[in-house]
Design a protein around this ligand. Structure first.
Ligand SMILES: Cc1ncc(COP(=O)(O)O)c(C=O)c1O
Length: 367
């Protein structure tokens, strides 16, 4: 079976740098929020032009700024129903109300034209999701947020490294978040995440909440949590950073090859927006009729696929209390029956990609 992603190939390629970094942590014994965590935060701050704060996961990276805003139960946060569960989960977890806005069928990102129609006096913010590695039109969403005096968070869990109109994903909105889950474009070997802030005071407050609300040791200013970042995981990321531009270039090459191969076929790649100067290609996703049959036939050929996402969030059992019936977000529902993703990672060689392409075209010609 062809791998969907290949973390082992990546480790072998950077083994020396990763092992040296890990040995450094072992020799210092600074396992939690140690030297490499600080170095990573500094690198991330410079890269994005923000105050960057590392923490335990991409989910916590969304949760903590929302918590720190001291919102009231029932306050509404607008987001997309076509994303990983975490985006809406954190809203509900904090007893806020997720309000979904349907998606654009060409990109599967939130349909910005529909956002203002969902704003009510209770709306406090918008969480946009840069799905599959491509941002939304962040300036447009920022404009809507400013006009209505609400916040905008970019959930960039899948798009670290993407470039929007010359600016980095994670560096445009007032608050942005990413995930270092191993399968993400920039992943570590375990869970991890980063919050990015334009405002230093708010960054400091969130950093304190990550560490039990402490500003100085044993002085607890806020009710917080333990969502600290492990130094080993920062060390691994630091070893990878110098290679990340090359990895993104290779992901883009692979995406271009796929797009050329499938042009005019029954499988339609998602649109690349004009404002996207660089896509991070967390997933390479196509839309096709008879999706499940296509996947079964590919599986028989040893070509793995995945579905992002098989069920829009308003249809998830945990969110049934919102009372949103089937048909509430027809485009997200339709896309959840059509999309599938192909293997995408920087270590795929051309021969492997050609096997995948030939396999897909063969299946499409025979259904
Ligand atoms: C869009 C989106 N938001 C949030 C998350 C949560 O990140 P993590 O798995 O690091 O908690 C993910 C990761 O799967 C994601 O894809």
């Amino acid at each position: 079976m062809i791998p969907f992603i290949d973390l082992q190939a990546q480790y072998q390629a950077y083994k020396k740098e990763i092992d040296t970094r890990i040995e450094g942590v072992l020799s210092r014994n600074d396992y939690i929020m140690g030297k490499d965590v600080k170095e990573l935060e500094e690198w991330m701050s410079n890269y994005t032009g923000t105050y960057a704060v590392a923490l335990s996961s991409g989910t916590d990276a969304l949760m903590i700024p929302l918590y720190a805003m001291d919102l009231k139960e029932g306050d509404e946060i607008i987001t997309t129903p076509f994303t990983f569960f975490a985006t809406a989960e954190v809203i509900s977890f904090l007893k806020l109300k997720p309000v979904f806005v349907d998606i654009d069928p060409e990109t599967c990102n939130i349909d910005i034209n529909k956002i203002e129609g969902a704003i009510t006096p209770k709306t406090k913010g918008i969480i946009s999701v840069s799905l599959f590695g491509q941002t939304t039109d962040l300036d447009r969403i920022d404009g809507i947020a400013k006009k209505h005096n609400i916040f905008h968070i970019e959930d960039a869990a899948q798009s670290f490294g993407a470039i929007y109109k010359g600016r980095k994903s994670c560096g445009v909105a007032e608050v942005s978040t990413t995930s270092f889950f191993p399968a993400k474009p920039l992943g570590t070997y375990g869970d991890g995440g980063m919050m990015y802030f334009k405002n230093k005071d708010f960054a400091d407050k969130c950093a304190s909440i990550v560490n039990q609300g402490q500003s100085v040791r044993y002085e607890h200013q806020y009710i917080g949590v333990n969502a600290r970042f492990d130094t080993f995981k920062a060390a691994i990321l630091l070893a990878k950073l110098g290679h990340y531009d090359d990895e993104l270039a290779r992901r883009n090459e692979i995406a271009t090859n796929y797009a050329k191969a499938f042009a005019g076929s029954k499988a339609i790649p998602l649109k690349i927006e004009e404002f996207t100067d660089r896509h991070a290609w967390a997933q390479y996703t196509l839309k096709v009729e008879q999706r499940d049959k296509v996947r079964d036939l590919l599986q028989e050929k040893g070509i793995p696929t995945a579905i992002h996402y098989p069920k829009p969030l308003h249809r998830q059992p945990a969110l049934a209390y919102l009372g949103l019936k089937e048909g509430a977000y027809p485009i997200a529902e339709d896309m959840s029956t059509k999309v599938f993703s192909l293997p995408m990672h920087a270590f795929m060689d051309n021969d492997t990609q050609n096997i995948i392409i030939d396999g897909v075209l063969d299946v499409l010609n025979n259904i």
